[in-house]
Design a protein around this ligand. Sequence first.
Ligand code: ADP
Ligand code: MG
Ligand code: MG
Length: 254
Amino acid sequence: MATLEIRDLHVTVEADNATKEILKGVDLTVKQGETHAIMGPNGSGKSTLAYSLAGHPKYTITSGTVTLDGEDVLEMSVDERARAGLFLAMQYPVEIPGVSVSNFLRTSATAIRGEAPKLRTWVKEVKETMAGLQMDPAFAERNVNEGFSGGEKKRHEILQLELLKPKIAVLDETDSGLDVDALKTVSEGVNRVRETGEVGTLLITHYTRILKYIKPDFVHVFANGRIAASGGAELADQLENEGYEAYTKGGASA
Ligand code: ADP
Ligand code: MG
Ligand code: MG
């Protein structure tokens, strides 16, 4: 079983001509088949963790390690991370003008599998997965993220997740901006992937509501650039009732 290990990760960004440390020693292990939720207040560094795992150039790793089955993820290019089995869905996905969803998915699948998926079965698989996410088939011909609504962006992420079958998936605020019906549909997609037992999921969220549909095995409270507490699903219930205040005292989290 694949294991993603984050050890004592420190990350800085340049902002207003100053270097600011955002991640201050993150420790986390996610195994294939497990579902983890990272919950925390706005500005605590959750997206910075996702961007750092994705290899975004704005984020500088100053110390610590990230490995996937012992392989150094931080040394890998963005493509190599995907081929190694990492899937990263960002809070604000980028537009890719001139590239259709359909082409994008097939190109991604080809890159990750090392060979082009067989056209007949692939087309069927895409169709069925889209139907499961209640997506109009015409959506496949639209350009990636161009003019997508919040809900369409998130469905498109889960479509990728279901088709690309990564070992470890990091989903940053997949629940934000969704109405209840879309939230349910997106959650069902995540749960289908989960039921395969072959994907480890790191669900990053600000709100507890998605956890009504996706029951995490582990919940981590993120505050001031590190994990402040870890527990089971009951920790999410506690956060729902009590908020993050107990974890942010004395910190600069806004
Ligand atoms: P969260 O996702 O938990 O809301 P973020 O990781 O987005 O938190 O942000 C954490 C802190 O890092 C914030 O103070 C934010 O302003 C800062 N930050 C994150 N990314 C950048 C960036 N690219 N440039 C400058 N500051 C950043
Ligand atoms: Mg935020
Ligand atoms: Mg964020």
